[in-house]
Write a new protein. Structure first.
Lengths: 175, 209
């Protein structure tokens, strides 16, 4: 057995986890190898050093104190037996309030979106009286005529002028 | 024929039935071992007794969940371990940086342990120094290694019992103990070597005289 393998097995040997041939082999190696024996001594002494760590004795009134604590806790438990129900109710109420607030916020947001998005919100059609529709239709149909109204007026003036000049010439001839 | 219960189980069953005097007897029987584990695990804190009391309060509150299939001490150690871990977590959260001591590295710990305090004339002082060195080395171990080591070394629990108390496999316990022993050896080696060298030098002095 080499030192590397022996050193890994030393802790197992100390913990009495190594038995049989393996343990005998490590022990044989320890007898032959001073370095591993030194490592073994270190391990054993470190482990034995822990024995000196003693705890102080527990106080005489320890058990009484535990029972007193239990008594206090039991009394507190009786007094506050309904606390979980109140807690449940308050949680339920706060949950409902949160849901309502969420619904209201969503509604407001929806309205806001509808106002700004033309495809979703079509404004209601204004109510127009029938007379106005007929008048507008009339105007539309005679638009062409109306656009040429000034021209027609000019033509009318010219026609009148011609007629009057013609009638004037005829009177002069008779005279 | 049904096997009779051991004394602890019997007391616990009677406690389940509402006999509080039996619970007090249980506390009396196990107070020192619970206190010892808490004290060593939490690094010798002054409030270790309060926390040990807390363990028993929890045992009382959990009495209905106890079944006689498990050994009472294993169940007790499970509760003790949970309380200790919880306390340690609480301590980590609550401690502000001013009072928090950073865990020492291996070298720092070795230097601290190797401080030349061995010149103390009194045996009591020497013992107190040893306890301090051991306490420092144990406190430097990770939580799980520390718990496994304390249960094995001071309470002589088997691997199976430790595994049950810690909620892991026996193989995992072996691994934890292996690493704990290795870490302890590294931490305590300077102190052990120093002790050896002082013994050798004093022996040498004696021989020369």
């Amino acid at each position: 057995m080499n030192c590397r393998k022996a050193k890994t097995l030393l802790i197992h040997l100390m913990g009495e986890d190594l038995a049989g041939e393996a343990a005998a082999e490590v022990r044989r190696h320890l007898r032959e190898c001073p370095a591993c024996r030194r490592e073994w001594d270190l391990l054993v002494k470190s482990w034995e050093l822990l024995d000196g760590y003693e705890t102080p004795p527990v106080s005489h009134g320890f058990a009484r104190s535990v029972m007193r604590r239990l008594g206090c806790e039991t009394r507190v438990g009786v007094q506050t037996r309904h606390t979980p129900r109140w807690r449940f109710a308050s949680r339920l109420l706060s949950g409902l309030a949160a849901c309502l607030a969420a619904v209201a916020t969503a509604g407001l947001l929806w309205q806001h979106l509808v106002r700004h998005d033309g495809t979703r919100g079509v404004p209601p059609a204004p109510v127009v009286p029938d007379e106005e529709i007929v008048r507008d239709l009339d105007v539309y149909e005679n638009l062409d005529l109306l656009q040429r109204l000034s021209l027609l007026a000019d033509l009318d003036v010219v026609e009148r002028l011609d007629r009057s000049s013609l009638t004037g010439d005829a009177k002069r001839d008779e005279e | 024929m049904q096997e009779p219960f051991d004394r602890d189980t019997e007391l616990m069953l009677r406690c389940q039935a509402g006999d509080e005097a039996c619970f007090e007897k249980l506390v009396e029987r196990h107070k020192q071992r619970v206190f010892g584990l808490v004290f060593r695990f939490l690094g010798g804190r002054a409030d270790a007794e309060d926390i040990a009391q807390e363990v028993f309060v929890r045992v009382y509150h959990a009495r209905r969940s106890y079944t006689p299939r498990a050994k009472f001490t294993t169940w007790l150690y499970t509760i003790c371990r949970n309380t200790c871990f919880k306390e340690l977590r609480k301590r980590k959260h609550n401690t502000v940086s001013l009072s928090q001591e950073t865990p020492p590295s291996g070298e720092v710990l070795a230097d601290r342990i190797a401080q030349p305090h061995t010149a103390s004339p009194s045996a009591a002082l020497l013992q107190s120094e040893r306890v301090h060195v051991v306490k420092t080395a144990i406190d430097a171990l990770p939580e799980a290694q520390r718990m496994a080591l304390l249960l094995r070394k001071y309470d002589q629990l088997s691997y199976q019992e430790i595994a049950k108390a810690m909620g892991c496999s026996a193989k995992a316990v072996k691994s934890l103990l292996y690493r704990a022993k290795q870490n302890l050896r590294n931490s305590l080696a300077p102190y052990v070597e120093k002790g050896e060298s002082s013994e050798t030098s004093s022996a040498g002095r004696d021989l020369s005289e």
